[in-house]
Design a protein around this ligand. Structure first.
Ligand code: NDP
Length: 283
């Protein structure tokens, strides 16, 4: 029977360590990390994510500055707010909650955030730094996946890793991070042929697809480590991942559950990036 990787517990341990770093920043440099969160519109899921992020900041002693803008806010107004925040010394991280309303060009917004406050790690400059192996801010979800993988004691070096999903926020940066850890990486997507066969060869599988239980347990190589990023709603409203967890568990060495796996790590890594941003600022 495989080990269930406890994302909640690993996140708790990381947050305890982070609290110590925040204390040191405060004691030695008089700096309190600050995160600006911009929410455009009233999308209920986005409001929920913003609430969770702000609560996590409050629990950690990180200042959070909420900017709620109406859905009809113009791109120019949003850009002007970001420009202001780029220059505010108390703000070490800027997060624009997505999705943005359709009339706002999201890429232009991401590129307006100062790269040294880009705690989501989505600015092309930070994507480039990750690609050349010198990251400043790593995207939070794949970084959390890497920490979960590390928690199992598995060293990715020399391992065969398969990442399913090539989005800019999860799949692509995940592949780059595993490559930086010296894994041999295959990045799969909706045009990939023989997905099951590719997964069968993998020592490490990261699933970031968004399709409920698409990856079946029998596909895995016995002893593989599986990180399931997927967050899908079943017809009955319950949450599940991209991997058929109950089928996979007896076959794999370790696997993350959904919920309770990757989810708790994403916000933790956002907090960590904010602390990194605060640590770099010149006071
Ligand atoms: P996207 O929709 O942006 O990307 C999905 C990827 O899966 C695409 O690259 C797509 O390929 C690929 N894909 C779709 N169908 C197949 C298929 N049949 N076979 C192989 N690949 C396929 O999603 P995200 O990356 O944003 O998110 C992925 C999942 O992770 C979602 O369930 C999301 O909710 C979850 N998530 C969870 C987070 C957390 O904190 N726990 C954070 C972020 C996301 P193609 O590029 O060809 O279209």
């Amino acid at each position: 029977m495989g080990e269930i990787i406890d994302g909640k517990e690993i996140a708790r341990q990381m947050r305890a360590e982070l609290r110590r770093e925040i204390q040191i920043l405060s004691d030695e440099r008089g700096v309190t990390p600050g995160l600006a969160v911009i929410l455009v519109g009233t999308h209920p899921a986005s409001q929920g994510y913003v609430r969770m992020k702000r609560k996590a900041c409050a629990d950690m002693g990180i200042h959070s500055f909420l900017h709620e803008l109406p859905a009809e806010t113009s791109e120019e107004t949003l850009l002007a707010l970001i420009e202001t925040l780029n220059h505010q010394p108390a703000v070490h991280g800027i997060l624009v909650q997505t999705p943005l309303p359709a009339h706002i060009y999201a890429q232009r917004i991401l590129e307006a955030i100062a790269p040294d406050k880009d705690v989501d790690g989505f600015h092309p400059y930070n994507v480039g730094l990750l690609a050349v192996g010198a990251p400043l801010f790593r995207p939070c979800t794949p970084w959390g996946c890497l920490e979960l993988l590390r928690s199992t004691g598995v060293d990715p070096a020399g391992q065969q890793a398969v990442v399913v999903g090539r989005s800019n926020i999860v799949g692509k940066p995940m592949a780059l991070m595993l490559l930086a850890e010296h894994a041999t990486v295959t990045l799969c997507h909706s045009h990939t042929t023989q997905l099951a066969e590719r997964i069968a060869e993998a020592d490490i599988v990261v699933a970031a697809i968004g399709r409920a239980e698409m990856i079946r347990g029998a596909w895995f190589k016995p002893g593989a480590v599986v990180i399931d990023v997927g967050q899908n709603r079943r017809a009955d409203g319950s949450l599940c991942g991209d991997v058929a967890f109950a089928e996979a568990l007896p076959r794999v060495a370790a696997i993350t559950p959904v919920p309770g796996g990757v989810g708790p790590m994403t916000i933790t890594m956002l907090l960590k990036n904010t602390v990194i941003g605060a640590g770099r600022c010149v006071t």
